[in-house]
Design a protein around this ligand. Structure first.
Ligand code: URA
Length: 225
């Protein structure tokens, strides 16, 4: 995969905060286009999200350190690299984060998994927490927070604040789609947290939905509505 593109809004060309990486790869963009179509059924939508998540897992772990260990191949002894450094914890923001979690775990099967339950108050759009479960050793891990939609940023900011409050200081955020408003809110609250997105769309509508977007990620993943 080529190196990710510098941060700019793919739809408007506007510059984005420096902590944003748009993983602008042809396969990701192709699959995202299929997901955007309103006629794509839930089973295809879930599969596409799983596939894109595997590709995003590749990018979000690009800077993981490695160390050499000695191994025996059938022909020789060699020093070969294995990943080193902090262990990972994938933190799924309920409920739509589960759609990304599946694909991430395919690539990162040894990661621990945490959950943050947040819902958006439909009037104020504020994030309301109803569940939090993180591994006890979260302070010694790198947390990768998963939520397909970085819309207002309220949920993402709240989730990252909870994870920091639990002692974790190494945090990344992965989403499928972001709105400029969401990445700005995250940058203002948590400039130390890198954001990886498949695309940054145009804007939020009055109901806090990303436009053009994919609609309600949870409904599309789970076939509810
Ligand atoms: N959450 C969604 O599921 N979709 C949006 O567009 C914004 C937030």
């Amino acid at each position: 995969m080529n190196a990710p593109t510098p941060a700019s809004n793919v739809l408007t060309g506007a510059p984005l905060p420096p902590n944003v990486t748009v993983v602008d790869h042809p396969m990701i963009q192709h699959k995202l286009t299929l997901m955007r179509r309103s006629r794509t059924p839930a089973n295809e939508f879930r599969l596409l999200l799983r596939e894109i998540s595997m590709l995003l897992a590749y990018e979000v772990t690009r800077d993981m350190p490695t160390e050499l260990i000695e191994i025996e191949t059938p022909l020789a002894t060699m020093q070969a690299p294995v990943v080193a450094g902090k262990k990972l914890c994938l933190v799924s923001v309920l409920r739509a984060g589960g759609g990304i979690l599946e694909g991430m775990l395919e690539i990162l099967p040894a990661a621990r998994v945490g959950h943050v339950g947040l819902y958006r108050d439909p009037v104020s759009l504020a994030a309301v927490e109803y569940y939090l479960k993180l591994p006890r050793d979260i302070s010694s891990r790198t947390a990768i927070v998963l939520d397909p939609m970085l819309a207002t940023g309220n949920s993402a900011v709240a989730a990252v604040s909870e994870i920091k409050a639990a002692g974790c200081q190494s945090i990344k955020f992965v989403c499928l789609l972001a709105a400029p408003e969401g990445v700005q809110a995250m940058y203002e609250a948590h400039p130390d947290v890198p954001i990886f997105a498949a695309a940054v769309d145009s804007h939020l509508n009055d109901h806090g939905y990303i436009v053009p977007g994919i609609g309600d990620a949870g409904d599309r993943i789970f076939g509810t509505k």
